[in-house]
Each structure stands twice: as structure tokens, then as C-alpha cells.
Write a new protein. Structure first.
Length: 236
């Protein structure tokens, strides 16, 4: 699609929006019984998704998502669109094996940007250290989630303007979030909202990515760096 009249790319500028993607898998057992129509060799049910951090709206920039699953799975190419603001683009399946899922992002046509693809490994089995594996077994839930940022380099002026202009989320407005939907940073959606790139301050169950997570990660990196520096000191 041709860009809006007079729109040109903004040299030296980039714009980004955070999102979360990944898989959640559960094995079939008493807590998650295998449905009668599912083949006996299928050991797990799982879901792959793309969503906003803390379920913020991403539908104003993401129009549809195509999930390409393993060919052995029924209806292996699945296109998800027309999701409500704040809800995930997701699809579920059952099976026995792990594989690489292809996730293709189609942006709103106004962006004039081509679709982009990322890959995600479906994890069915507990992973991590012993304690993490035990927790996943106890909860019968293997979450393989990633925080990512979609970056548009040198976006068209019209798209940049669209992305950085507050949007009307008043009741009944098209594309608005539901009343009372939580905004990133803890605010609540009122009559206007930002098309925000910020992430929440703190982590809560089901929402592992936040400023708090970032701080914890940087603490871990700092501690690892100090350890390496101390070890290097021992060699000198
Ligand atoms: C493997 N790379 O060779 C993997 C393939 C295939 C997963 C995994 C569904 C099967 C069905 C399913 O679990 N496919 O619907 O019959 O191990």
C-alpha cells in the first residue's frame, strides 16, 4: 500500500512497542483431562500467543498474526485477527512433540510496513533449575514466554504521528479498551489513553514482565559481572 500523501520516512528515528509472546503447555492428567476426541498418543494441550505486556492493547498497531504450526497438526496455518483490544492473538492445539512455531506479524495497513516473522520453540516439558522444574510440575504448566519489542526504523511520518498521538478510548469509541482496563504503569483508562510503549512497574501472577523484572535482571547481571571480575583477579 502506498504511504499517505506527502508521507516520507523519518531519517534517524525509530519507534518501538513492547509485547509478549510464547507458549503455555499442560500435560493431560486429572487436572487437565484429555478430551474424548483427542488421540490417545497426544500427551499435552498447549496455547501459543502474542499479547501486550500486562494485556495492554496492541491491536492499534498489530492487525493480524499468522501462526504456522507443525504440519502434523490439523489446520496447521492459523490466522488470528479481529481480536478485541487487550486480548491475546492466540491459538491452541494438542499433541506429543515440540517444534519451532513460526509467528508472522501483520501490521495495520497505515504503517506501510511489510509483515515480519519470528520463531518460537514450543516447550512441553519442564525446564530450568530443579526448583523451577518442580514448580512447573506442581502447577502442571510449562510457560515459555518472551518479552520483545517491535521496532520500526525510520517509520513513515504518518505512522509515527499515528503511534504517538493519544487515542480516544471513551465508551463506544472504535478500538478503545474496555472501561476500567488497566493501563501500563498502573493508571486506569479514562476518556483518553496513550498509545504507550511503557511497561508496568511491578510483576504480578501471569504478568512476569515489568520494571521490577528489569531491575532483577540487571542485579543478576551485575552480580555475575562482579563474580567474573573476581575470578579474573585470581588469575592475575
Ligand atoms: C519431532 N520435531 O520430530 C518434532 C515433531 C510434531 C508434533 C513434533 C501433533 C501430532 C498430531 C504433534 O504433536 N506434532 O496431531 O498427530 O519430535
Amino acid at each position: 500500500m502506498a504511504p499517505a500523501a506527502g508521507s516520507k520516512r523519518m531519517k534517524g528515528t525509530s519507534i518501538f512497542r513492547p509485547f509478549v509472546y510464547g507458549t503455555t503447555a499442560r500435560r493431560f492428567d486429572e487436572s487437565n483431562p484429555r478430551p474424548a476426541d483427542v488421540p490417545a498418543d497426544h500427551t499435552h494441550s498447549w496455547t501459543v500467543f502474542v499479547k501486550g505486556v500486562d494485556n495492554t492493547d496492541i491491536t492499534y498497531w498489530l492487525k493480524k498474526v499468522q501462526f504456522k504450526l507443525h504440519e502434523s497438526i490439523q489446520n496447521s496455518i492459523r490466522t488470528i485477527e479481529n481480536v478485541n483490544a487487550g486480548e491475546p492473538f492466540e491459538t491452541s492445539a494438542t499433541g506429543w512433540g515440540e517444534f519451532e512455531i513460526t509467528i508472522k506479524f501483520y501490521y495495520i495497513p497505515e504503517s506501510n510496513e511489510k509483515a515480519q516473522t519470528i520463531y518460537h520453540h514450543l516447550d512441553l516439558h519442564p525446564y530450568g533449575n530443579e526448583q523451577q522444574q518442580q514448580q512447573q510440575k506442581d502447577n502442571n504448566e510449562v510457560m515459555s514466554w518472551r518479552y520483545e519489542e517491535m521496532v520500526w526504523n525510520e517509520p513513515y511520518e504518518s505512522f509515527f504521528e499515528f503511534m504517538t498521538t493519544p487515542m480516544d478510548r471513551s465508551k463506544g469509541s472504535k478500538g478503545g479498551m474496555g472501561k476500567g482496563t488497566k493501563l501500563l504503569g498502573g493508571g486506569m483508562v479514562g476518556s483518553t489513553g496513550e498509545r504507550t510503549a511503557s511497561i508496568p512497574f511491578s510483576t504480578r501472577p501471569g504478568q512476569p514482565f515489568s520494571k521490577e523484572t528489569e531491575r532483577e535482571e540487571s542485579k543478576k547481571l551485575k552480580a555475575a559481572l562482579e563474580k567474573v571480575e573476581a575470578q579474573m583477579g585470581d588469575f592475575q
